[in-house]
Design a protein around this ligand. Structure first.
Ligand code: R1P
Ligand code: URA
Length: 237
């Protein structure tokens, strides 16, 4: 047990899927895993371990924002031995070619700041996805026929943004979507020699104003979960 995760030693798998929403963790575990066990409910941040195609997987809520994700990912890696961490999140679309319900695979994550800013100081570290996971996820998405975009995303510290000029610059520089956690996941994976990827479903669109309701963000992003599971257990040389 750690301060924020109540699982016993051995109850967390080496492969962990990380939705921000703990109820998406519950839905995904109950929908896609077998032999599911609730392994964490500290602070209501639900975590489940089960099997997918005979492989052990944990699906653990990470909360909203990089400071929250940082707590869970630090404990998952350092105390439970997690090695492959895949965020399964929602995001806002930022390009005309990106539609609501499309999937985005985050190759890089641009930020204004992250919880790692204090150690990088004057360095602008470039958080990026693990190549083997990115390649496997792109292949899995293509095989499914899911409309998928691979490229840069923006990990913001705020949902309610008072600086529309920043989003304008992101759009201008080809950023596909905005969310709030991937950059720090990539920083932590790099620091600890782990593999990480963010697989995102577009839940709303900054250019069109279209937006899905919260129940659909919680329970309807199944292709994203399947892509993450297939990527986690693919062999990519
Ligand atoms: O749907 P999740 O995974 O929580 O991701 C997105 O949704 C939340 C904001 O509504 C932020 O956590 C953002 O990153
Ligand atoms: O962080 C997020 C998530 C979904 N949509 C947004 O606009 N921002």
């Amino acid at each position: 047990m750690t301060i924020h995760i109540g699982a016993k030693s051995g109850e967390i798998a080496e492969t962990v899927l990380l939705p921000g929403d703990p109820y998406r963790a519950k839905w995904a575990a109950e929908t896609f895993l077998s032999d599911v066990k609730l392994v964490n409910e500290v602070r209501g941040m639900l975590g489940y371990t089960g099997t997918w195609n005979g492989q052990r997987v944990t699906i653990q809520g990470s909360g909203m924002g990089m400071p929250s994700l940082s707590i869970y990912v630090n404990e998952l890696i350092r105390d439970y031995g997690a090695r492959t961490l895949i965020r399964i999140g929602s995001c806002g679309g930022m390009q005309d070619k990106v539609a609501v319900r499309d999937v985005i695979l985050a190759m890089t994550a641009t930020t204004l700041s992250t919880p790692s800013r204090g150690i990088f100081k004057e360095v602008n570290f470039a958080p990026c996805a693990d190549w083997s996971l990115l390649k496997a996820a792109a292949d899995a998405a293509q095989a499914k026929g899911t409309t998928t975009h691979v490229g840069g995303i923006y990990s913001s510290d705020v949902f309610y943004d008072e600086r529309p000029d920043l989003n304008e610059q992101m759009v201008r520089h080809g950023i596909l979507g905005v969310e709030m956690e991937a950059a720090e996941l990539y920083n932590l994976a790099a620091r600890h020699g782990c593999r990480a990827l963010a697989v995102l479903t577009v839940s709303d669109h900054l250019l069109t104003g279209e937006a899905l309701p919260s129940d659909q963000r919680e329970r309807s992003f199944g292709e994203m979960v399947e892509i993450a599971l297939e990527a986690a257990f693919s062999e990519v040389p």
